[in-house]
Write a protein that binds this ligand. Structure first.
Ligand SMILES: O=C[C@H](O)[C@H](O)[C@H](O)COP(=O)(O)O
Length: 213
C-alpha cells in the first residue's frame, strides 16, 4: 500500500478514539492533516481542539473547528499526532516539521496519546531519522559542541524558525540505544528547549494505517 494512502487510513482511523464532547489535542504534519479533515465530520460533537502549530490551527479553523487555549482547557482526554520514527516500545522521534515543542506540551497534557503513522516510520532502533532538537538561537553552537561530545553529528536546519521563534539542530547518524536516558541527558543542556525524543512519555496507541499495533 502506498504511504499517502496509509497516512489517510491512519488519520481517519484515529476518529475511533475521539469521544463525544472531547477537547482534542491535535498534532502537526501530513498524516495529521488527514486526521483534521476527518475530524471535521464530527465537529459538532466535540468541544474544540488544542493545536500544536500554526499550520494545524489554520487547517482546523478552515473547517470551522474551535481552537482553544491550553491554559483554559485543563487536561485533555486525547492527543492525536504523527511521528518520524516509532520503535517497538512506541517511543518516537518527532519534529521533522519543527513542531516538536508544542507537540510535547500538548501530548503531556493528554491522558491518551494516539500516534498515527505509515509503515515506513517503524524501526527497531530509533536514530536513522535525524533527531530534531529545538534550541534558543544564541545557544546553537554551544549545544552543537555538546552533542559532538556525546557522539552525534549536529546539523543546523538553516532558514527554519519554529513557531516559538527558536532554531532546530538535527542530529544525524545517532543509533539511540537508550532513548529515555538520552532524552534526559539532552534536556539538561543549557539552551535546549525541546528534544524530539518522545521516550519518557511514549505513545499509548500506535496506528499504522488503520491497524493498531
Ligand atoms: O514536527 C512535526 C511532527 O513531529 C510530525 O508529526 C512528524 O514530522 C511527522 O510528520 P508526517 O506525518 O508529515 O510524516
Amino acid at each position: 500500500m502506498s504511504q499517502p494512502n496509509e497516512k489517510k487510513l491512519a488519520g481517519e482511523a484515529a476518529l475511533r478514539y475521539v469521544e463525544d464532547g472531547a477537547i482534542v489535542g491535535v498534532g502537526t504534519g501530513s498524516t495529521v492533516a488527514f486526521f483534521i479533515d476527518a475530524l471535521a465530520s464530527m465537529k459538532d460533537r466535540i468541544k474544540g481542539a488544542v493545536s500544536s502549530s500554526e499550520q494545524s490551527t489554520a487547517q482546523l479553523k478552515k473547517h470551522g473547528i474551535d481552537v482553544l487555549d491550553l491554559n483554559a482547557t485543563g487536561p485533555l482526554s486525547i492527543y492525536i499526532d504523527g511521528a518520524d520514527e516509532c520503535d517497538p516500545f512506541r517511543r518516537l522521534i518527532k519534529g521533522g516539521g519543527a513542531a516538536l515543542t508544542r507537540e510535547k506540551i500538548v501530548a503531556a497534557a493528554a491522558q491518551k496519546f494516539v500516534c498515527i503513522i505509515d509503515s515506513s516510520k517503524r524501526v527497531d532502533v530509533l536514530g536513522k531519522f535525524p533527531l530534531p532538537i529545538e534550541v534558543i538561537p544564541m545557544a546553537r553552537s554551544l549545544v552543537s559542541r555538546e552533542i559532538v561530545k556525546l557522539g552525534g553529528q549536529p546539523v543546523w536546519r538553516d532558514g527554519v524558525t519554529t513557531d516559538n521563534g527558536n532554531w532546530i539542530i538535527d542530529v544525524h547518524d545517532w543509533r539511540i540505544a537508550d532513548p529515555v536516558a538520552l532524552e534526559q541527558q539532552l534536556n539538561q543542556l543549557a539552551g535546549v528547549v525541546t528534544v524530539g525524543l518522545f521516550a519518557q512519555r511514549p505513545a499509548d496507541v500506535v496506528l499504522v494505517g488503520d491497524k493498531e499495533i
